[in-house]
Design a protein around this ligand. Structure first.
Ligand SMILES: Nc1ncnc2c1ncn2[C@@H]1O[C@H](COP(=O)(O)OP(=O)(O)O)[C@@H](O)[C@H]1O
Ligand SMILES: [Mg+2]
Length: 481
């Protein structure tokens, strides 16, 4: 096998104004990391004529696009109303200047949130100090525990966009098998593919807006670490730049970035001393006296409110956590819930194909009690206010529109589902229904359109929002899982 190192013109996301380097194998085998590294470290570099550079550059570009497209196609494989040609036609001809990871984020800085700035600085420092993110073994996505600057404790959970359950670089073999052996059941047809990280951050926005305080703070950041799952090409590029920089420092100075490309994803604050609800629920009955029961019931109802509004399709009892708090005398005096793993929410239609994606809390005894006055006091007034709901939609728009795959029509559908959910929830709270009764209410879609205001005079006509309410009649084939 003959290997050559070839310099090609580069316009990748680094904006390096020098040439990028690619390894080509003459026997057409896919390059693996060890043989690339071996050759690169030998410094066996050969310069080729310009037409060759261009050809390879085009090849690299197409290969990257092929990988990206492949990912999109497989994610949308049975998504009927998403990913049509029309979507492509809606894309602007001139692409916006987003980076490789498709989101406009600068320096992991949040002017309105010093607490989170502190958290992300701590995480960046820990990676610099060699305390690398560690993949969480449970779960279906590439999720990582990240540590503080001296590596003594876990402070966050990072979920990169491209390692989501159906993402291009998902590291879990179960999802790979799922994709390979059962493509017809692959993905969730009601969800926008590969936007789980937005859903995670969106759930926190809903939580904050309603002051539920059950979702740990979650925002979108960019991180790089060798422990993340990268493509062989990305690893080779980074290694090559490092070697070039070491051997030819003058040339290396032209690279903007030497290391692996940062990945965009959601970073959620790690909450301490919580346990999985499925474990805690086994001992719940023996723990809860009347006072604690009332406290827990409110926490539980907050979870119901959150899940119902975002139409969470993945609320198993392993995706929420419970913490017991004790007073100075060591008596249990408070119980708190943390709603984690909110990446499979904000559908653009109600589930209507194979699976119903039930809320698993619906089988608990707490779901058979009418909504309490406490929860009504907390959320009912806000949810009944159309301006409040519009503000919420606007905040979600700011978040979701930062993704390169953002489609305004799809987003409007997501908001139509959410508004329908809010309408049902408001009615259920007013009627003091139980959570179990709430989830049996017919699924509503509330579409927004802009109409000329009938009250407008003369040539100055104003626009007003018009809402059309409809019921989704199609129901899932299986409703028990
Ligand atoms: N914010 C958090 N605070 C504390 N523990 C967490 C947090 N997020 C996740 N975990 C722990 O990590 C496990 C896997 O996280 P999860 O978000 O469910 O990942 P996945 O998407 O892979 O299922 C959870 O069961 C929980 O024990
Ligand atoms: Mg999970």
């Amino acid at each position: 096998m003959v290997e050559r190192l070839i310099s090609i013109p580069n316009d990748d996301d680094d904006n390096d104004n020098f040439q990028d380097i690619l390894v080509q194998h003459d026997d057409n085998s896919f390059p693996n990391e060890s043989n690339m590294n071996k050759k690169i470290s030998n410094g066996d570099c050969m310069m080729l004529p310009l037409p060759f550079y261009l050809m390879l550059h085009v090849f690299q570009h197409h290969l990257q696009r092929l990988l990206d497209n492949n990912n999109n196609i497989s994610s949308m494989i049975h998504s009927s109303s998403y990913g049509s040609n029309q979507d492509n036609e809606n894309q602007p001809l001139l692409r916006r200047c987003f980076d490789n990871d498709s989101i406009q984020i600068i320096n992991n800085y949040f002017p309105d949130d010093q607490e989170f700035n502190q958290l992300i600085r701590d995480v960046e420092q820990s990676i610099d100090n060699g305390f690398l993110p560690k993949r969480i073994s449970q779960g279906s996505s590439g999720s990582y525990f990240v540590k503080n600057h001296d590596g003594t404790k876990i402070i966050g959970v990072f979920k990169p966009k491209d390692e989501e359950p159906y993402g291009r670089l998902n590291p879990k073999w179960t999802k790979w098998m799922h994709k390979l052996c059962c493509p017809c059941c692959f993905g969730r047809s009601c969800l926008v593919p590969n936007q789980g990280y937005l859903s995670e951050a969106g759930a926190w926005i809903v939580d904050r807006k309603l002051q539920l305080n059950i979702v740990p703070k979650t925002r979108i950041v960019k991180l790089a670490s060798v422990t993340f799952n990268y493509s062989a090409i990305d690893r080779a590029k980074s290694r090559t730049k490092k070697n070039v920089t070491e051997r030819f420092p003058k040339v290396g100075r032209h690279f903007n970035r030497i290391g692996l490309p940062p990945k965009v994803g959601s970073l959620q604050k790690y909450v301490e001393n919580y346990e999985d609800a499925c474990i805690w629920l086994r001992k719940a009955e023996t723990l809860l006296d009347e006072n604690l029961l009332e406290i827990f019931q409110l926490e539980f109802e907050k979870l119901v409110v959150l899940d119902y509004i975002i139409r969470n399709t993945d609320r198993g009892n392993d995706n929420w956590l419970v913490k017991q708090e004790y007073n100075d005398d060591g008596e249990l005096n408070f119980i708190k819930i943390a709603a984690i793993d909110n990446g499979l929410a904000f559908p653009f239609k109600h589930p209507d194909e194979w699976r119903a994606y039930p809320y698993y809390w619906a089988w608990l005894s707490f779901a058979k009690k009418p909504f309490s006055d406490n929860i009504c006091r907390l959320v009912l007034q806000q949810l009944s206010d159309m301006n409040f709901v519009q503000e919420l939609c606007d905040e979600l728009f700011n978040l979701f529109s930062s993704d390169k795959g953002f489609d305004r029509n799809i987003f409007e559908k997501q908001m139509s589902v959410m508004r329908g959910q809010i309408l049902n929830l408001t009615q259920a709270l007013k009627d003091q229904k139980t959570p179990q009764q709430l989830i049996q209410m017919p699924a509503i879609i509330m579409e927004k359109s802009r109409m000329p205001n009938a009250g407008g005079k003369g040539r100055l006509r104003t626009m007003k929002d018009n809402f059309t309410q409809s019921f989704q009649r199609k129901t899932p084939f299986f409703s028990w899982f």
